[in-house]
Design a protein around this ligand. Structure first.
Ligand code: NAP
Length: 335
């Protein structure tokens, strides 16, 4: 038992609505304030995702009721349980569903959740590994799995947008490790070493790439077989115009905008495919499949190399940074 549990209190980040704005701070919360749930989990690590910043800044599409504790990811130990399949002491990962949206999230020493959201931590992954991956890794894994179902990966030319961000940096690493020749598209100067260190064969500045494509035209020069796009907007427009024959694009994000332009031509003249990816509401079985692969044939060589660890207070500044598109790699939280 921790000191906080003895006093019926624990620490968490709390976002509060003040006037027309939102402020996040570290507070002491009471166990009675946690939602109903099967499993009380002592959080070992959480991680920062773009959606957490949306929640912490009052985006109503993510979180409707405040005060609220963000954090869509957590790994930890079941402390108490009303389920025989998750006894006290079980190590579990929780990502997505309603965690951190309208259910009190992982930026906290404790969470309480329905057992249907929990996955047993695979033997081949440490607590840290699982949160360096987190929702970002799960999403990158789902993108790569979708590409793999449509095409070989080895020897193919792949492109990843938002390459220094959470989903992007895991996608670059995984695709490179599976033998693809990866182009990383980034908006950040000075990240060549970081991206080539993850296995990128080429790094393209975001604006330069956008300007080089004939975006208002149906097709541009075909450059890539495979794409993982986290940006949406103009960048997805350019990617769709730049796929080779039979190219496959997965899209999962909106940091560059929610709308994009295309025409029928990349689809009917080059036979390309566009596949949407959701990592939040997919079935637990599909999440388990990806976590198991990250602990076996997809075990990544350089997870620690993309990670920084922060505490609850330090996380407050990281939330602002991810909202501005300024993060490089993954931030994990030790509450
Ligand atoms: N569908 C799902 O289930 C799912 C799951 C997880 C995340 N997502 C979405 O995926 C996106 C990325 O999430 P994340 O957690 O990886 O965020 P992140 O760590 O902030 O990474 C996003 C990266 O995108 C790039 N970027 C920022 N602003 C941009 C702009 N205006 N145009 C183009 N690129 C821009 C930046 O990388 P560079 O500087 O290197 O370009 C940034 O680091 C978000 O939209 C998130 O909501 C969706």
């Amino acid at each position: 038992m921790t000191m906080y549990q003895k006093t019926n209190k624990f620490k968490a980040i709390q976002t509060e609505e003040i006037g027309k704005g939102f402020i996040s701070k570290v507070v002491e919360r009471e166990f009675d304030g946690l939602p109903e749930g099967d499993l009380l989990i002592k959080v070992n690590y959480s991680s920062l995702n773009y959606k957490d910043a949306l929640s912490a800044t009052g985006n109503l599409g993510v979180t409707k009721k405040f005060p609220h504790t963000p954090g869509i990811d957590a790994v930890g130990i079941v402390e108490s349980s009303n389920r025989s399949d998750f006894k006290a002491g079980t190590n579990v990962i929780v990502t997505g569903y309603d965690l951190g949206m309208n259910t009190s999230g992982g930026f906290s020493e404790y969470i309480k959740i329905p057992a249907e959201w929990a996955i047993k931590l695979p033997d081949g992954l440490t607590y840290r590994d699982s949160m360096i991956l987190g929702t970002a890794g799960l999403t990158a894994g789902l993108c790569v799995q979708a590409l793999e179902k449509a095409s070989n990966i080895e020897g193919k030319k792949a492109v990843v947008t938002g390459a220094t961000g959470g989903v992007g940096c895991i996608a670059v690493q995984l695709l490179a490790q599976l033998g693809a020749e990866v182009t990383a598209i980034t908006g950040k100067d000075g990240t060549l070493g970081f991206l080539t260190g993850l296995g990128a064969a080429e790094v393209l500045p975001r604006d330069q790439f956008k300007e080089s494509t004939r975006r208002r035209q149906p097709l541009s020069k075909g450059l890539w077989d495979l794409a993982v796009d986290v940006a949406g907007g103009d960048l997805l427009t350019s990617i769709l115009a730049s796929m080779k024959y039979s190219g496959v694009v997965t899209c999962c994000g909106l940091v560059g905008g929610t709308a994009f332009e295309t025409s029928i031509f990349p689809f009917i003249l080059r036979g390309i495919s566009l596949i949407g990816i959701d990592s939040v509401e997919i079935s637990l079985d599909k999440k388990v499949e990806i976590w198991n692969r990250f602990s076996t044939d997809w075990k990544l060589d350089n997870l620690e190399g993309v990670c920084r660890e922060v505490d609850l207070v330090e996380m407050l500044a990281e939330i602002d940074s991810i909202l501005e598109g300024g993060q490089i790699g993954r931030v994990i939280l030790k509450p």
